[in-house]
Write a protein that binds this ligand. Sequence first.
Ligand SMILES: [Zn+2]
Length: 596
Amino acid sequence: MKKLKLPALVYLIFFFMNTTTSSAAGLAKISYTVSFPEAQAHYVDVEMNITGLAQPSLEVKMPVWAPGSYLVREFAKNIESLSANTKGKEITALKINKNTWKINTAGLTSVTIKYKVYAFELSVRTSFIDVSHAFLSSTGIFLFPKGMLAQPSTITIKPYKDWNKVSTSLEMVNGDVFTRTAPNYDILYDSPLEIGTQDVFDFDVDGTHYEVAMYGGGNYDKERLKVDMAKIIREEAAVYAENPNKHYTFIVHNKQRNGGGLEHLSSTVLGASRDQYGNERGYHGFLGLVAHEHFHLWNVKRLRPIALGPFDYDNENYTTNLWIAEGFTAYYQNMILRYAGLSTPEGYLGDMASDINTVENQPGTKVQPLSESSFDAWIKSYRPNENSYNTGISYYDKGAVIGMLLDLEIINNSNGKYSLNDVMKYMYNTYYKTKKRGYTDAEFKAGFEKFAGKNLDDFYAKYINGLAAIKYDKYLGYAGYKLTDDLAASNDPTLGVFFNQRNIITTVVRGGAGWVDGLNVNDQITNIDDTPVTDLNAVIKGKKVGDKIVVTVSRDGQSFKIPVTLKRNDNVNYKITEVPNATPQQLAVRKKWLRL
Ligand SMILES: [Zn+2]
């Protein structure tokens, strides 16, 4: 295992960011020891030592959320048996709110706090422990002393049985794999740890060392991954003209079915299905996830909305700009694969058409503006319910579409001189590197305008803060493309509901037949026109638009007959196709956009 080290620049910036939020913490020194005497029962034992104290009382707190995942998760709910002592003598730790304990430290110079954390949720933003490994997502494991977020800390890991590896971006102390240090809490909370017997491989890209820690096995080909991941990394660094990390860690959790990822400053956690590397679609999906999470090391971890850092670990951190932080990252995840030659122009256009279809088919796109989708992520996107499809739009999907529109606008209006890449690089240099702070909404807009060479008030009013129908053909037309709807001529009937394998309705689509005639979520459809139904899709397909049918549903243990008039399925299935006789200007924009 190679020594992992964060670049000095990152330390400096986070130190700078935190000095304003933290009271002078004096000479307090903080260390943690984590051990796993009950790994089989999914517990980690944490001992936190603070020395050099000189204050009458101390509050220790557990973050309520993990940056990058915009939901209050109440990590303190997994803490039990918290106790405090000083030199072995028990002292009172009084719980004063959901995530805070107060300790009387008058006259004391040191305190030891012991607690257990239950960890049985293997996701990219939560912790999991069993006998095979420990994945510690730091925001749910380590308490912080209030007012000391700028303080460094060390972590000593006492591994369970045969665990012999630690994969994290936290630096080793004295070359010891099991002793790590964080220069401050923002770095600690941005550095998950994978501890166990994971399969680790590494490679270098233009002076940056990459380590990939594979947990759970899988049919991956390490040599192919090294080559393709390096291509992605190189293209991403080229967008910003630098790679700020000297070391970077990919932690990959391979399960029977898994996916998703969470970005960090100098590492990321990815979910994958063990068998997905063996087929081209699955492999392409994994590379897309790599491209997405790695792109975040610039876009959101460094070039960030002003609300996202220094973080408030006790509360929601609101921003209207997740369509840039996440949506543009989703846009680039496809574009980078195209730049790297890992997807064809046709494949790329197919990926973009898929995003457009998702946006256009979702009724919520006419209800929730993009900026609001971002702001309300905490209570809506991350807390979806059966009606979310009707009331909201994903800032990933629509944000990616907006990224495409702006990229095309900038390329076209600058006659191919600039692209969205120039905006990203300019914003990174201006706000992360020079001003050393996040950007405001108005500042990013000004960045677009600088390279597009035009005012974007109208664009923002319509597509970012408003609900106007997007004029796709205007923007795609710059590159000699247009949308073609495969379903334009179809006249297929639909019930206007989503249902599961047991014909239980999971969503009633706004404005559809089921919505108008009163089908409910949780209704189980048992009969159509008094005939018992198993293959509901086939039955509806055999009908015509305007047919009046009787749907028998089981609702809360009672049977109801509900007359429904079938409506036309208004879903679109767009493809991005070439316009005939594209002009040289259009072909030039296309060439620049798709790197032809
Ligand atoms: Zn993301």
